[in-house]
Design a protein around this ligand. Structure first.
Ligand code: ADP
Length: 397
């Protein structure tokens, strides 16, 4: 069974074609600058050189058309006919409270998706646009929506309700939703497989540390707490996002700096985090380099980041009354040996013992704790596309 996985942004379309007989990647690519001058499609088949096609792509439908042309292309394609694609899995950022799992897309689901668009104004409208375009081009192919928020719909109410007047929850749906759900689900499932233990028996803390970063407490297969909230701004310090701060700072800044809500929002989302603290970069490779060269603020940014991760690990161990495994994933979690070591330093009260040699690993699955460590620590590269394809197969049956 071949499944196409699609992730549409406002001017982009990311895709992967996967063969689900053996979970392998057949092709992947990215259409960029859709609707903007200079649009192009980058297409890659494992083992072959990347192809770049410069072509005007006025909308997502045009991007899908070009994508389908290249998939069946005699030279650069990987299938003979588009009818070989059994299903399409679409990544959707926000499913609100309406979707607690993946869902087969039909007209009624599309209507509900439009209703959720308000909750993620930057992400959901392009996701919806992509689904519409794909449905027009492949009307007979079953499609599934996989939501970033769905995995966290198992949070208990005392974890997702904010201590605000309850009417705002009822009126606007203001509550914690959590994000990166597909990634947290994938790496926690993989961790259980690598540890050769039943998923339903483990208490796992998953640390998705990329440009956007979040941590989840997965208690016997269910997300029970997570750091991101109503939006992806809450929780950890991130590349450019501030994470959790005293909410009173917003009004204070608006008044002192004579700023609008939009301007403050922009600062909290795009000019804060480790970039804001360091003034150097949002990229941890630059920060690590600057810190080695003696830049104090770069070092401070790294310290703030690691400290928050560590404090959430402590908090989530309390939430679950223990922890069996801690999993690191995403760009920084998969690749930064020093950040993992720093985070795990001083977690011996939890029974965490890192094996320094095993921790010297980048971008591949590995148990990095010592053999006798009470709490196991693992690196598991995330694979959201594969998870979306698996969910799609499950739903289509
Ligand atoms: P996102 O998908 O949220 O954009 P990624 O998961 O790609 O983010 O992670 C990007 C982050 O990972 C960047 O801050 C980058 O510096 C960090 N990163 C990637 N490789 C390394 C590495 N070898 N060492 C340290 N940090 C790394």
């Amino acid at each position: 069974m071949k499944v196409l996985v699609v992730n549409c942004g406002s001017s982009s379309l990311k895709y992967q074609l996967l063969n689900m007989e053996n979970d392998t990647l057949m092709a992947k690519g990215l259409a960029e600058r859709i609707g903007i001058e200079g649009s192009r499609l980058k297409h890659e088949v494992p083992g072959k050189d990347e192809v770049v096609i410069e072509k005007e792509l006025p909308d997502h439908k045009a991007a899908f058309k070009l994508l389908s042309d290249i998939l069946v292309d005699k030279e650069r394609g990987v299938i003979d006919d588009m009818s070989e694609i059994a299903a399409v899995g679409h990544r959707v950022v926000h499913g609100g409270e309406k979707f607690s799992g993946s869902v087969r897309i039909n007209d009624e689901v599309m209507k509900t998706l439009y209703d959720c668009a308000d909750l993620a104004p930057l992400h959901n409208p392009p996701n919806i646009m992509g689904i519409e375009a794909c449905r027009q081009l492949m009307p007979d192919v079953p499609m599934v929506g996989v939501f970033d928020t769905a995995f966290h719909q198992t949070l208990p109410d005392y974890a997702y309700i904010y201590p605000l007047p309850y009417e705002y929850y009822e009126k606007y749906g203001i509550r914690k939703y959590g994000f990166h759900g597909t990634s947290h689900k994938y790496v926690s499932l993989r961790a259980a497989q690598l540890l050769e233990k039943p998923y339903e028996s483990l208490k796992i803390i998953t640390c998705h540390l990329g440009n956007g970063a979040s941590i989840t407490a997965v208690d016997r297969g269910k997300s029970v707490e997570t750091t991101m909230g109503f939006t992806p701004l809450e929780g950890l310090a991130m590349g450019t996002r501030c994470g959790s701060i005293d909410a009173a700072i917003v009004a204070f800044l608006m008044e002192k700096e004579n700023m609008t809500a939009e301007q403050v929002n922009d600062i909290l989302n795009k000019r804060s985090g480790v970039l804001g603290i360091s003034g150097v970069s949002s990229d941890f490779r630059d920060l690590e380099q600057a810190a080695t060269e003696g830049n104090k603020r770069a070092q401070m940014a790294i310290n703030v980041f690691a400290y928050r991760v560590k404090s959430y690990i402590g908090s989530y161990s309390a939430v679950m009354n223990g922890v069996d495994a801690i999993v690191f994933t995403a760009g920084l979690g998969e690749n930064s040996v020093s950040m993992r070591e720093k985070i795990c330093e001083g977690l011996d009260y939890l029974g965490v013992e890192i094996d320094r040699e095993a921790n010297n690993v980048r971008g591949r699955e590995k148990i990095i704790s010592k053999a006798g460590s009470k709490t196991q620590v693992l690196v598991v590269p995330t694979n959201e596309e594969l998870m979306i394809a698996k969910e799609t197969v499950d739903i289509i049956g």
